[in-house]
Write a protein that binds this ligand. Structure first.
Ligand SMILES: [Zn+2]
Length: 206
């Protein structure tokens, strides 16, 4: 894929995410790996109004080659690429239902959401909760790094999900599946629910 095509894809997916209310204001960020580094959404940019020419073009060490300065949350993307060699794209959102679940004290921090549907199990799998850190605290990067080796999707407490994929479509599909499952979890909360059994989950992951 050429840089021009990747830039167009990031902007089109950003607009789609924003229009569907999956992240608000200037929250949320997207990155895609290129042969010479990364293309990433800029700081203070709304995903709904991205300009392909102003995306941040970063080299392999994170230095800015061209475009606007990258999102202040670029470190979340960097650790995912560094710990997972097959990662081609990373998406981070402040999507409402996922953020709501990330604030619940009742969830299991080792695996936040139960196996409600087969697609959730296949696209997201086990979802750990990363402890809360204030914005800008680089300890968050190291906390995410601790999980990224084993998980392509993590949920930051009182903040939102970070999901990596082999390409942009895979990362977006997985984070949307996570958001939908968070919504289902909240809808089902308090109702007697039949989740997938351990055997059914193992069959899917087999
Ligand atoms: Zn964030």
């Amino acid at each position: 894929m050429t840089h021009a095509k990747i830039r167009e894809a990031i902007c089109a997916i950003g607009a789609s995410i924003f229009q569907r209310g999956l992240t608000a204001g200037s929250s949320g960020n997207i990155s895609v790996k290129t042969e010479d580094g990364w293309l990433m959404t800029p700081t203070n940019a709304s995903l709904g109004r991205l300009d392909p020419a102003r995306l941040s073009h970063l080299d392999h060490s994170g230095g800015l080659i061209a475009g606007d300065p990258p999102t202040k949350e670029s470190f979340l993307h960097r650790v995912m690429y560094e710990e997972r060699g097959d990662t081609g794209a990373v998406v981070h959102l402040h999507s409402t239902h996922s953020v709501a679940v990330s604030c619940l004290s009742e969830v299991d921090p080792h695996d936040v959401l139960p196996p409600i549907t087969a697609y959730y199990v296949m696209r997201v799998g086990r979802l750990p909760l990363v402890p809360y850190f204030r914005p800008g605290d680089m300890a968050l990067a190291e906390a995410v790094r601790g999980f990224a080796g084993k998980h392509h999707a993590v949920l930051l407490a009182n903040h939102g999900p970070v999901v990596g994929g082999t390409n942009l479509d895979a990362a977006v599909n997985a984070i949307e599946e996570l958001e939908e499952t968070a919504k289902l979890y909240l809808l089902l909360r308090g109702a007697e629910t039949r989740f997938l059994t351990r055997e059914q989950v193992e069959e899917l992951l087999g």
